[in-house]
Design a protein around this ligand. Structure first.
Ligand code: TXA
Ligand code: MG
Length: 343
């Protein structure tokens, strides 16, 4: 396994590896992707093996611009063009009827394709250099937490990838919004980096979620217990969270709390996660917590790293408050609920 800092020379090397059927972990603004060229069926199949992912789960196709996207879909509808103009490059995946250029193994046999233009400059440069589309799911094993740093990919996929391009920490931190434009009414299959409100503003119409549409299966590959750390994630109300934490600690559990407010009890100064709490005399175990930032973008950016930190620190129980459900809050709530085994 090789991690390369993403400069012009390593982008060229990555392009050669992809052009000859290799796998490269690429930085995007959302999460790191495990990429293969659309022209190498054996590499595309290797993605499923490396991820240990069922072959029926479709992969997202990444292209450098909307004009190129047009080659991989039957046609870019008026709605698709409006959204592409507003949000590409960026964290929005459009599901549209596919063209013949998309191999069956990418779409899991579906007649549609999920396609997006990522905004990370390194991956845009790579796509232009390569001159062909890249299929890329998140670069983690099936059902585990998506990587938002090159080091996460190295831990997860180790020697199973030919090169990891290190483009720094991902700016958005949760995956793209997947919007189905192939059916009667636009439907959000997965909330993500572009909010429902922003999409509705551009389309000047309401969009649905699968639940509102009454569909039992949201989207192929959208399972509960996705995005899961090993710690048991439990959702708690702000008024209860510290009480529950204290109780779990008295039972000998290693507990961490993601809360919007500091605890009101005790005289100890409690430092954020990652630093040693300063105990002012109490004999109790120090409480360990991440004070959730006010800014939802900052929560999204850090969330997966914080899940991973909890596993590194062998936390048993992760007590988490849900943020408000507006804007990016929808995607954050979705990921926390899935990590907790709810969907
Ligand atoms: O932000 C992202 O979207 C990242 C980066 C790497 O681009 N990719 C990503 O891919 O999250 P993945 O494979 O982990 O999740 C893609 C999800 C699938 O689980 C599926 O729900 C949906 O996108 N999807 C893709 N193609 C689809 C299609 N043709 N129809 C319905 N859903 C589709
Ligand atoms: Mg994924």
């Amino acid at each position: 396994m090789l991690i390369a800092s993403a400069d012009a020379a390593s982008v060229k090397i990555a392009s050669r590896i992809l052009a000859t059927g290799g796998l490269v972990a690429i930085p995007t603004e959302t999460v790191y992707g495990l990429a293969a060229s659309l022209e190498h069926e054996s590499a595309l199949k290797r993605i499923f093996e490396v991820k240990r992912r069922p072959s029926s789960h479709p992969l997202i196709v990444h292209v450098p611009d909307a004009a190129t996207a047009g080659r991989y879909v039957n046609s870019l509808s008026t709605d698709a063009t409006k959204l592409a103009t507003a949000f590409w490059p960026g964290p929005l995946t459009l599901v549209l009827p596919r063209s013949k250029l998309v191999p069956d193994c990418v779409t899991g046999g579906h007649r549609t394709v999920g396609i997006r233009v990522p905004s990370h400059p390194v991956t845009l440069q790579l796509l232009r250099e390569l001159g062909t589309a890249l299929a890329a799911p998140s670069a983690n094993r099936f059902t585990q937490v998506s990587p938002t740093r090159a080091a996460h990919v190295a831990v997860d996929l180790g020697h199973d990838v030919d090169l990891i391009l290190d483009g720094g920490p991902c700016e958005v931190g949760v995956e793209s919004t997947v919007l189905d434009l192939s059916s009667e009414q636009p439907t959000i299959l997965r909330p993500g980096g572009i909010s429902r409100e922003a999409i509705e503003l551009v389309l000047e119409q309401a969009v649905l979620t699968p639940r509102e549409q009454g569909s039992a299966t949201p989207s192929p590959g959208q399972h509960h217990l996705h995005y899961s750390p090993r710690a048991s994630v439990q959702i708690a109300a702000p008024t209860e969270i510290w009480k529950i934490a204290k109780h779990a600690m008295t039972e000998g559990k290693r507990v961490r709390v993601f809360a919007s407010k500091r605890p009101t009890f005790g005289c100890r100064t409690i430092e954020p996660v990652g630093t040693t709490p300063q105990d002012s005399g109490s004999e109790a175990e120090p409480l360990d917590y991440w004070l959730l930032p006010q800014d939802l973008h900052e929560i999204a950016k850090q969330l997966y790293s914080r899940f991973r930190d909890a596993d590194r620190d062998k936390i048993d129980i992760l007590l988490v408050e849900l943020p408000p459900s507006t804007g990016l809050g929808q995607a954050i709530r979705d990921r926390i609920c899935r990590a907790a085994g709810l969907s």
